[in-house]
Ligand binder design. Structure first.
Ligand code: KG4
Ligand code: ZN
Length: 341
């Protein structure tokens, strides 16, 4: 079964082709020019998606050696995301579905990050504890069954990636901040400064990063960062901040794994590209945990993860005809009835 999948929720235009859950192609165009604005400009993102989506679709089909007429199912990210950006991929995908008279599956972007853990041949078994860390979301989810998700924790303020981006901005580093901080931290001392860990009163497994961000700001002011900065100082602050984020993500996840007796853990989303975060989670393998970390190209936004989610929805859905009925709705609704997000 051939799936053609689209992702345009933010600043990546991506199209993938999958055959029975195996990735045949996954073309990703990252809109690098947003960095000069220090963040994604929605209108520019939408226009760029619009001007490139047809060409990227052709590239994905040709890389997969598949003709458009052979496609069985079309899928696209339907929410959450930037509305203008989403609508480009969604409407393009639905037009393809309408033209080919094939089912269309709208996909929830957070589901897509979660199910990126199932892209590789070695797939996690259930129950699975999934940590989804991106620029817009931080969620700790217990996957009891396919599309039966229990949210154990979420951020009460900033997302983990957002914290990386904001701290990078304060230090005058580029956008997105995560990859920059990751790179600079490699030559820094993670014990240089201990940024305070958030005390969370809300849910047991919730996260908070805005206090950490503020404490970095106060620290930069205290040391008169602008006038005292040098490569070593920047690297040390990056490493100390990064460690604070990682320890918060790691300790909550491990606490939940122990409490729920789950020994299979997956991390996904843009922040799971972080090399120190990956090392921290990989170290749990020595303690008998099964740890799943997607390859780099599947961590930040991509259409392969949208395709694999659509595939799992299709094979685990009892009523396949609903996909046909959804095809031509005015508003595509992801199958949120499957879980509480
Ligand atoms: O999943 P993603 O591409 O988009 C969203 O759905 O938000 O995640 C983007 C986020 C950005 O905040 C970026 O700074 C962060 O992922 N990120 C990283 C790294 N690579 C990307 N954060 C930390 N370390 C990295 N290596
Ligand atoms: Zn994402």
């Amino acid at each position: 079964m051939l799936i053609l999948a689209f992702e345009t929720s933010c600043d990546e235009t991506s199209v993938a082709v999958l055959n029975n859950g195996t990735i045949l192609s996954n073309v990703i165009l990252s809109q690098m020019f947003h960095s000069e604005f220090g963040g994604v400009v929605p209108e520019i993102a939408s226009r760029e998606h619009l001007s490139r989506i047809a060409q990227i679709t052709e590239e994905a089909l040709s890389a997969a050696k598949v003709k458009i007429k052979e496609i069985d199912i079309i899928a696209a990210t339907a929410q959450p995301g930037l509305i203008g950006a989403l609508l480009i991929g969604l409407n393009f995908a639905k037009s393809v579905a309408a033209t080919l008279n094939k089912p269309f599956i709208p996909v929830n972007h957070i589901h897509a990050h979660l199910y990126s853990a199932f892209i590789h041949e070695n797939k996690p078994s259930l129950p699975l504890l999934s940590l989804i860390v991106s620029g817009g979301h931080t969620l700790l989810v217990l996957v009891e069954d396919y599309f039966r998700h229990r949210i154990l924790g979420t951020t009460i303020d900033d997302a983990a990636g957002e914290a990386f981006d904001k701290v990078a901005k304060m230090m005058g580093l580029g956008y997105p901040g995560g990859p920059e901080i990751d790179k600079l931290s490699k030559s820094g001392n993670k014990d240089f400064y201990t940024f305070p860990k958030a005390k969370i009163k809300e849910g047991k497994y919730d996260f908070s990063f805005s206090g950490l961000k503020t404490s970095v700001l106060y620290y930069l002011r205290k040391i008169d960062f602008e006038n005292s900065k040098n490569d070593k100082l920047i690297a040390d602050i990056c490493a100390s901040f990064q460690t604070a984020v990682i320890e918060s993500l790691f300790s909550n996840t491990l606490k939940a794994a122990k409490e729920f007796g789950v020994n299979t853990i997956a991390i996904s989303g843009g922040v799971s590209a972080n090399s120190a975060l990956k090392r921290r989670f990989a170290s749990l393998r020595e303690k008998g945990y099964n740890i799943f970390i997607p390859e780099l190209k599947y961590t930040t936004d991509n259409a392969a993860m949208v395709g694999i989610t659509a595939y799992y929805e299709y094979i685990h859905s009892g009523d396949k005809t609903t996909f046909d009925r959804q095809s031509f709705n005015a508003v595509a609704k992801p199958r949120l009835d499957y879980g509480n997000f």
